[in-house]
Design a protein around this ligand. Structure first.
Ligand code: GRF
Length: 212
Protein backbone atom coordinates (compact mmCIF):
# COMPACT_ATOMS: atom_id res chain seq x y z
CA UNK A 1 0.00 0.00 0.00
CA UNK A 2 1.34 3.43 -0.84
CA UNK A 3 1.73 5.52 2.31
CA UNK A 4 -0.52 8.58 2.64
CA UNK A 5 0.75 11.89 1.34
CA UNK A 6 1.07 14.41 4.13
CA UNK A 7 1.30 18.21 4.02
CA UNK A 8 2.66 20.15 6.98
CA UNK A 9 1.48 23.74 7.46
CA UNK A 10 3.80 26.08 9.32
CA UNK A 11 4.31 29.75 10.09
CA UNK A 12 7.80 29.82 11.57
CA UNK A 13 10.71 27.91 13.06
CA UNK A 14 9.60 24.41 12.08
CA UNK A 15 11.07 22.33 14.90
CA UNK A 16 7.98 20.10 14.96
CA UNK A 17 8.24 19.88 11.20
CA UNK A 18 11.83 18.65 11.60
CA UNK A 19 10.74 16.00 14.12
CA UNK A 20 7.97 14.82 11.79
CA UNK A 21 10.28 14.63 8.76
CA UNK A 22 12.87 12.71 10.74
CA UNK A 23 10.40 10.14 12.01
CA UNK A 24 8.47 9.74 8.76
CA UNK A 25 11.68 9.15 6.82
CA UNK A 26 12.84 6.54 9.31
CA UNK A 27 9.52 4.75 9.76
CA UNK A 28 7.91 5.28 6.34
CA UNK A 29 4.30 5.43 7.48
CA UNK A 30 3.74 8.50 5.30
CA UNK A 31 5.33 10.64 2.66
CA UNK A 32 5.73 14.24 3.68
CA UNK A 33 5.10 15.61 0.22
CA UNK A 34 4.53 19.29 0.85
CA UNK A 35 5.25 22.05 3.35
CA UNK A 36 3.27 25.28 3.16
CA UNK A 37 3.96 28.46 5.11
CA UNK A 38 1.75 31.52 5.27
CA UNK A 39 4.84 33.57 6.09
CA UNK A 40 7.45 34.00 3.35
CA UNK A 41 10.48 33.93 5.65
CA UNK A 42 9.55 30.99 7.84
CA UNK A 43 12.79 29.11 8.61
CA UNK A 44 10.86 25.83 8.27
CA UNK A 45 10.61 26.40 4.50
CA UNK A 46 14.38 26.16 4.02
CA UNK A 47 14.49 23.17 6.31
CA UNK A 48 11.92 21.35 4.15
CA UNK A 49 13.58 22.32 0.88
CA UNK A 50 16.89 21.09 2.25
CA UNK A 51 15.30 17.68 2.77
CA UNK A 52 14.04 17.62 -0.81
CA UNK A 53 10.42 18.41 0.12
CA UNK A 54 8.40 20.89 -1.90
CA UNK A 55 8.19 24.09 0.14
CA UNK A 56 5.50 26.55 -0.84
CA UNK A 57 4.70 30.04 0.44
CA UNK A 58 1.11 31.22 0.44
CA UNK A 59 1.39 34.67 1.94
CA UNK A 60 -1.95 35.39 3.57
CA UNK A 61 -1.31 39.13 3.19
CA UNK A 62 -1.70 38.79 -0.56
CA UNK A 63 -5.27 37.48 -0.27
CA UNK A 64 -8.28 39.76 0.14
CA UNK A 65 -10.18 37.47 2.50
CA UNK A 66 -9.63 34.48 4.75
CA UNK A 67 -11.83 32.43 2.40
CA UNK A 68 -9.68 33.36 -0.61
CA UNK A 69 -6.54 32.27 1.24
CA UNK A 70 -8.17 29.02 2.34
CA UNK A 71 -9.35 28.34 -1.23
CA UNK A 72 -5.77 28.68 -2.49
CA UNK A 73 -4.58 26.42 0.31
CA UNK A 74 -7.19 23.83 -0.54
CA UNK A 75 -6.29 23.99 -4.24
CA UNK A 76 -2.58 23.53 -3.50
CA UNK A 77 -3.29 20.51 -1.32
CA UNK A 78 -5.63 18.92 -3.85
CA UNK A 79 -3.27 19.54 -6.76
CA UNK A 80 -0.66 17.45 -4.94
CA UNK A 81 -3.09 14.75 -3.90
CA UNK A 82 -2.53 15.31 -0.20
CA UNK A 83 -4.31 12.88 2.10
CA UNK A 84 -3.52 14.25 5.57
CA UNK A 85 -2.75 17.81 6.71
CA UNK A 86 -0.79 18.43 9.91
CA UNK A 87 -0.64 21.93 11.38
CA UNK A 88 2.67 22.55 13.14
CA UNK A 89 2.93 26.06 14.50
CA UNK A 90 0.54 27.33 11.81
CA UNK A 91 -0.69 30.66 13.13
CA UNK A 92 -3.79 31.17 11.01
CA UNK A 93 -7.37 30.38 11.86
CA UNK A 94 -8.86 28.23 9.11
CA UNK A 95 -12.37 28.95 7.85
CA UNK A 96 -15.27 26.61 8.58
CA UNK A 97 -15.47 25.63 4.93
CA UNK A 98 -11.84 24.55 4.81
CA UNK A 99 -12.14 22.61 8.06
CA UNK A 100 -15.27 20.86 6.80
CA UNK A 101 -13.49 19.78 3.62
CA UNK A 102 -10.57 18.28 5.52
CA UNK A 103 -12.45 17.05 8.56
CA UNK A 104 -10.88 13.89 9.95
CA UNK A 105 -7.75 14.44 7.87
CA UNK A 106 -6.63 17.65 9.54
CA UNK A 107 -4.72 17.62 12.85
CA UNK A 108 -3.07 20.25 15.04
CA UNK A 109 -0.59 20.54 17.88
CA UNK A 110 -1.22 22.83 20.83
CA UNK A 111 1.32 23.44 23.59
CA UNK A 112 -0.93 22.79 26.59
CA UNK A 113 -3.01 20.00 28.02
CA UNK A 114 -6.28 20.96 26.34
CA UNK A 115 -8.94 21.91 27.23
CA UNK A 116 -6.76 24.00 29.54
CA UNK A 117 -5.26 27.14 28.05
CA UNK A 118 -6.48 27.35 24.44
CA UNK A 119 -5.57 30.25 22.18
CA UNK A 120 -2.37 32.28 22.48
CA UNK A 121 0.10 33.10 25.28
CA UNK A 122 -0.38 29.52 26.39
CA UNK A 123 2.59 29.23 28.76
CA UNK A 124 1.78 32.61 30.33
CA UNK A 125 -1.74 31.29 30.97
CA UNK A 126 -0.37 28.08 32.53
CA UNK A 127 2.01 29.95 34.82
CA UNK A 128 -0.67 32.44 35.86
CA UNK A 129 -2.95 29.54 36.80
CA UNK A 130 -0.10 28.03 38.86
CA UNK A 131 -0.63 24.55 37.43
CA UNK A 132 1.98 21.98 38.39
CA UNK A 133 1.76 20.00 35.15
CA UNK A 134 1.46 21.22 31.58
CA UNK A 135 2.18 19.60 28.24
CA UNK A 136 1.08 19.25 24.64
CA UNK A 137 -1.99 17.99 22.81
CA UNK A 138 -2.54 16.63 19.31
CA UNK A 139 -6.15 16.83 18.18
CA UNK A 140 -8.36 16.65 15.14
CA UNK A 141 -9.23 20.14 13.93
CA UNK A 142 -12.89 21.15 14.17
CA UNK A 143 -14.34 24.61 13.52
CA UNK A 144 -14.05 25.69 17.18
CA UNK A 145 -10.48 26.72 17.99
CA UNK A 146 -8.31 24.25 19.95
CA UNK A 147 -11.21 22.01 20.85
CA UNK A 148 -11.22 18.99 18.54
CA UNK A 149 -11.16 15.39 19.73
CA UNK A 150 -7.84 14.48 21.30
CA UNK A 151 -5.51 11.95 19.67
CA UNK A 152 -2.70 12.16 22.21
CA UNK A 153 -1.21 14.18 25.05
CA UNK A 154 2.19 14.48 26.70
CA UNK A 155 2.70 15.96 30.15
CA UNK A 156 5.69 17.75 31.65
CA UNK A 157 6.16 19.22 35.13
CA UNK A 158 5.95 22.96 35.76
CA UNK A 159 8.77 24.10 38.05
CA UNK A 160 8.43 26.88 40.64
CA UNK A 161 10.82 29.24 38.87
CA UNK A 162 9.64 28.59 35.33
CA UNK A 163 9.28 31.47 32.93
CA UNK A 164 7.14 31.20 29.78
CA UNK A 165 10.41 30.51 27.92
CA UNK A 166 11.69 27.68 30.14
CA UNK A 167 8.26 26.05 30.21
CA UNK A 168 7.91 26.41 26.43
CA UNK A 169 11.26 24.69 25.92
CA UNK A 170 10.26 21.75 28.14
CA UNK A 171 6.89 21.40 26.41
CA UNK A 172 8.52 21.66 22.98
CA UNK A 173 10.73 18.64 23.69
CA UNK A 174 7.59 16.68 24.55
CA UNK A 175 5.88 17.96 21.38
CA UNK A 176 8.68 16.52 19.26
CA UNK A 177 8.09 13.06 20.73
CA UNK A 178 4.30 13.23 20.73
CA UNK A 179 3.53 14.57 17.26
CA UNK A 180 5.21 11.81 15.20
CA UNK A 181 3.42 9.12 17.23
CA UNK A 182 0.06 10.77 16.65
CA UNK A 183 0.62 11.49 12.96
CA UNK A 184 1.56 7.86 12.54
CA UNK A 185 -1.69 6.74 14.18
CA UNK A 186 -3.70 8.89 11.78
CA UNK A 187 -1.73 7.69 8.75
CA UNK A 188 -2.12 4.05 9.75
CA UNK A 189 -5.82 4.65 10.41
CA UNK A 190 -5.47 3.57 14.02
CA UNK A 191 -7.53 6.58 14.99
CA UNK A 192 -10.29 8.34 13.10
CA UNK A 193 -12.73 11.12 13.72
CA UNK A 194 -16.21 9.74 14.35
CA UNK A 195 -18.79 12.52 14.60
CA UNK A 196 -17.42 14.44 17.58
CA UNK A 197 -15.02 11.91 19.09
CA UNK A 198 -11.74 10.25 18.24
CA UNK A 199 -12.30 6.52 17.73
CA UNK A 200 -9.26 4.34 18.36
CA UNK A 201 -8.80 1.03 16.57
CA UNK A 202 -6.47 -0.39 19.19
CA UNK A 203 -4.46 0.69 22.21
CA UNK A 204 -6.32 3.97 22.72
CA UNK A 205 -4.79 7.43 22.65
CA UNK A 206 -1.10 8.31 22.87
CA UNK A 207 -0.31 9.28 26.46
CA UNK A 208 3.24 10.30 27.31
CA UNK A 209 4.57 11.61 30.58
CA UNK A 210 7.97 13.19 31.13
CA UNK A 211 9.87 13.85 34.35
CA UNK A 212 12.05 16.93 34.60
C1 GRF B 1 4.88 24.88 19.02
O1 GRF B 1 5.04 25.10 20.38
C2 GRF B 1 3.45 24.56 18.71
O2 GRF B 1 2.83 23.79 19.69
C3 GRF B 1 2.85 25.94 18.68
O3 GRF B 1 3.80 26.72 18.02
C4 GRF B 1 5.09 26.16 18.22
C5 GRF B 1 5.71 25.90 16.89
O4 GRF B 1 7.05 25.58 16.98
N1 GRF B 1 1.54 25.94 18.09
P1 GRF B 1 7.83 25.01 15.72
O5 GRF B 1 7.60 25.96 14.58
O6 GRF B 1 7.31 23.64 15.43
O7 GRF B 1 9.27 24.99 16.14
Amino acid sequence: MTPPRVAILISGRGSNLAALIEDAEAERYCEIALVISNRPNAPGLALAAGRGIEALTLDHKTFATREAFDAALDAALRARKIDVVALAGFMRILSGGFVARWLGRLINIHPSLLPAFPGVKVHEQALAAKVKVSGATIHFVVPELDSGPIIGQASVPVHPHDTPETLAARVLEAEHKLYPLCLRMVCEKRVRLESSRAAFAANGPVILGFGD
